[in-house]
Design a protein around this ligand. Structure first.
Ligand SMILES: [Zn+2]
Length: 163
């Protein structure tokens, strides 16, 4: 025989409690649906209209901000607005170089090898801005120089951290 719990009995009071609970759940469900109503990618965070999806690495907000600023310096303010920047595990990319990135529809995928991989954003932002798969725009040279500078600065900072 099942144990009775708390001396509760079936009857009107219990049924009424269940109805109130049901209403509360329905309200909660509505609120939840309202919150989920707008389509959104699973951003780890957003900044200035850019959705960042962090699947690999632990980028500091400072590093992301700096990479973005440099990208905007070359390609114009808001160049990454409306784009998703995905930091993916290194296995997501088959290139043999120690850094690579992919451009998908409104999404830049950066293979996370080290915090210095973020420098790639300066280059990829150019594809976001002008497409130009053959790198004919004269600003690619500016972007390349900025990328080299940023990688250098980043490596020095990492060396200092290592002692
Ligand atoms: Zn390119």
């Amino acid at each position: 025989m099942p144990a009775q719990r708390g001396g509760s009995r079936p009857g009107r009071p219990a049924a009424r409690a269940a109805t109130v609970a049901g209403a509360a759940c329905a309200l909660l469900l509505l609120l939840t649906l309202a919150a989920c109503g707008q389509p959104r990618p699973h951003c780890s965070f957003t900044e200035a209209g850019t959705c960042y999806v962090v699947e690999a690495g632990r980028p500091s907000a400072d590093a992301l901000h700096r990479a973005r600023e440099q990208a905007e310096g070359v390609w114009g303010a808001g160049v990454l607005s409306g784009w998703t920047v995905r930091l993916a595990p290194a296995t997501d990319c088959s290139a043999s170089s120690d850094a690579c990135a992919l451009l998908d529809e409104r999404e830049i995928v950066i293979r996370w090898v080290s915090p210095c991989s973020l420098a790639l954003l300066i280059h990829e932002a150019g594809h976001a801005a002008v497409g130009d798969p053959h790198h004919l725009d004269p600003r690619w040279a500016v972007a390349a120089a900025a990328m080299v500078r940023e990688e250098h600065r980043c490596r020095e900072a990492l060396d200092e951290e290592d002692g």
